[in-house]
Design a protein around this ligand. Structure first.
Ligand code: HEM
Length: 479
């Protein structure tokens, strides 16, 4: 008998789901061009059409899960809905088989290995290193200085990630290289994913050459970080636990748990180690950098929200530098960040692939079917978020937030594949918003329209802003 797994659970069982095709499929291309040219508008239009919407990526059908309960059901069953589908297939050449891309069978072991480095207490311990980087950035600006906030935030997150997780001091040149390579690679991955017939990446184009060079350069940098670390460890007499992530990844195995690892040998092979370091450098840099850039853009264009944020910072910090123990009292700052992540979730679309025949919203899905979920589309659904396009941090006041259904807000995903770096990323973003906001007002440069740039992650594109010192709160502006 055919084994059909059911994804029904208590929340989704017995419901009359609307399962419909999306309009506008072109012969042969399906919705691939729409997804390439105006993906945000397209995805955000789907929840009004149905709970499970069929789209076509070229000739292949794929299903966009548009109802929070169905998304929850998919994410709660990572064995049936495994990492895969066009996004992860195209991102694998970059991230290999690291924590974010590995399949269900390898994932548990990897998460056990990496997870402890992201527990709350460990992240609170990284805060001092993050703050030094944040202070150095905010201290380098001068009144009237125009900076590209998107570029500055990516540089900050690259430095803070390398320093806290890998104890690596990276040079200005390395930071510029990481930014350049990530821009090339993340743009290229998205183009490959939406190339109608999968031919694009096979052509000998300059863009494909740039993609290969960027990948090689980033790998070289990762190898150098790992080699330097190992060399410093040997110089320190072998067993070297610096309390960071790289120590955990390079520690000898007690369980012999690694694929091909014997007892007493490093838990991970050299390739596995590189994949994990690459994954964590990339995942630690891109999304948090984008979230912070969006935060400053939205604050700069919403003066009354910015005014209330400054009031809170002036009251809670009273001119002191922000620290991790201040974060629980920065309730408005937290609401601002939550609302930023609702409007512009850096991870705006993800794919899965079914590993067995299954049923979703009453529809049978064959093994190997692509399923998509989009935090962006869920977050803009007016049924769950009235006036969904407006920036309203107070929608996260407890008496209003209680009306938001579980699963409607998913900036960090859900289930066992939920973001491992959530606390790391939010701590870094809160400390940055607080440190910058206590001293500086970042003003938009007139005449520059900012449009979301949906690639592998959701960036701002160029974001020039002028740094103006704040009056009383700007005691230490400029250093
Ligand atoms: C605001 C910042 C961040 C956002 C919005 C974010 C978002 C996400 C999302 C939505 C997922 C789930 C993807 C899926 O369902 O396929 C994810 C997974 C992941 N994130 Fe984050 N992330 C952030 C920061 C970070 C940081 C700082 C790190 C590491 C330093 C990190 C590392 C990872 C990893 C390794 C995974 C894969 C987890 C697994 O499969 O077990 N993220 N992230």
């Amino acid at each position: 008998m055919e084994d059909v797994r059911s994804t029904e659970n208590a929340r989704s069982a017995g419901r009359a789901w609307r399962s419909v095709p999306a309009p506008g499929a072109l012969p042969l291309l399906g919705h691939a061009l729409t997804l390439r040219r105006r993906p945000l508008e397209f995805l955000a239009s789907l929840p009004a059409r149905g709970d499970l919407v069929e789209v076509r990526l070229g000739p292949r059908p794929a299903y966009v899960v548009c109802h929070p309960d169905l998304v929850h059901a998919v994410l709660a069953d990572p064995r049936t809905y495994d990492k895969g589908g066009p996004l992860f297939d195209k991102v694998r050449p970059l991230l290999g088989n690291g924590l974010g891309t590995s399949g269900w069978a390898a994932h548990r072991r990897q998460r056990r290995l990496v997870g402890p480095a992201f527990h709350r207490a460990r992240v609170d311990g990284y805060a001092a290193g993050m703050l030094q980087e944040i202070e150095a950035l905010a201290g380098s600006w001068r009144p009237g200085h125009v900076l590209d906030v998107g570029v500055a935030m990516q540089a900050l997150t690259a430095r803070a990630t390398a320093r806290t997780l890998f104890s690596a001091d990276i040079t200005e040149r390395d930071v510029a290289d990481i930014q350049h390579c990530l821009a090339v690679l993340f743009g290229g991955v998205y183009r490959r994913m939406t190339a109608p017939l999968g031919l694009w990446e096979k052509l000998p184009t300059p863009a494909n050459r740039r993609f290969r060079l960027a990948l090689a350069r980033l790998r070289e940098l990762i190898d150098r970080i790992v080699d330097d670390y190992a060399r410093a460890g040997r110089a320190g007499g072998g067993r070297d636990d610096r309390g960071d992530l790289l120590s955990a990844l390079m520690a000898p195995s007690d369980e012999g748990a690694g694929e091909g690892a014997d007892e007493g040998v490093s838990v991970l092979s050299a390739d596995e180690l590189r994949d994990q370091v690459m994954t964590l450098l990339v995942a630690g840099t891109e999304p948090t950098g984008h979230a912070m850039a969006w935060a400053f853009h939205l604050l700069g264009t919403h003066p009354e929200v910015e005014g209330r944020l400054h009031e809170e910072l002036d009251t809670v910090l009273a001119g002191r530098p922000a620290g991790v123990t201040d974060l629980p009292r920065l309730a408005y700052t937290r609401r601002v960040l939550t609302e930023v992540l609702r409007l512009y979730p850096p991870g705006w679309m993800f794919t899965r692939t079914t590993t067995a025949a299954t049923e979703l919203a009453g529809r049978r899905l064959a093994p190997g079917t692509t399923v998509l979920y989009s935090p962006y589309a869920l977050h803009r659904d007016p049924r769950h978020f009235p006036r969904p396009d407006s920036f309203d941090p107070d929608r996260w006041l407890p008496h209003r937030a209680k009306d938001v259904p579980r699963g409607a807000l998913l900036p960090f995903g859900a289930g066992t594949r939920r973001c491992v770096g959530e606390h790391f990323g939010t701590t870094e973003a809160m400390l940055t918003i607080a440190t910058v906001g206590a001293r500086w007002r970042l003003r938009p440069v007139p005449g520059r329209a900012v449009r979301p740039r949906p690639e592998t992650t959701l960036g701002t594109g160029p974001l020039p802003m002028r740094a103006e010192p704040r009056g009383a709160g700007a005691r230490s502006a400029g250093g």
